[in-house]
Design a protein around this ligand. Structure first.
Ligand SMILES: Cc1cc2nc3c(=O)[nH]c(=O)nc-3n(C[C@H](O)[C@H](O)[C@H](O)COP(=O)(O)O)c2cc1C
Length: 136
């Protein structure tokens, strides 16, 4: 199982979580870097990966435009996407659905939501990811 953690972060919260996930699953780590010129967007090649953890902070009640632009420029065929999202207050029940639309060709499941006041159970999520992808 070759895994990648692909994330965007403005103030470091999502980055911290991304590093934690990368360490946990021995996964490569790539940050979606915002560039000044949107026409020279250079995305990561996903063809080597089976599993991609995709992380972003919620902004203005949704996914940041840049993240949407980046993800929709990638080829996710044959890849399983496990989203992780950070936010302040509001819960995220739309993450899997939106990522299924944006990540063309991906199978999206098992998202992890990490809010300030409310977050999914980390160990339960780890158990599920391990059970589903890391046991033969
Ligand atoms: C411009 C902006 C808009 C935000 N909008 C929301 C929002 O609509 N709902 C919410 O719960 N949190 C919102 N937040 C809080 C961030 O989602 C939260 O702080 C997140 O963990 C930041 O991640 P980062 O440190 O990786 O950038 C917003 C933060 C910023 C800077």
């Amino acid at each position: 199982m070759k895994a990648l953690v692909l994330y965007y972060s403005r103030t470091g919260t999502t980055e911290k979580l991304a590093r934690r996930i990368s360490k946990q699953f021995n996964a490569d780590l790539v940050k979606m870097n915002q560039q000044n010129d949107q026409y020279v967007l250079k995305t990561v090649d996903l063809s080597d990966y089976d599993l991609v953890f995709v992380g972003f902070p919620m902004m203005f009640r949704g996914m940041p435009d840049y993240v949407m632009h980046y993800l929709s420029s990638c080829d996710f065929r044959g890849v399983t996407v496990v989203p992780f999202a950070t936010f302040a207050i509001a819960g995220l029940d739309w993450v899997d659905r939106v990522l299924s639309e944006v990540c063309h060709g991906a199978n999206v499941e098992l998202s992890y939501n990490h809010g300030v006041l409310k977050r999914d159970d980390w160990y339960k999520w780890l158990y599920e990811v391990n059970r589903r992808y890391y046991t033969d």
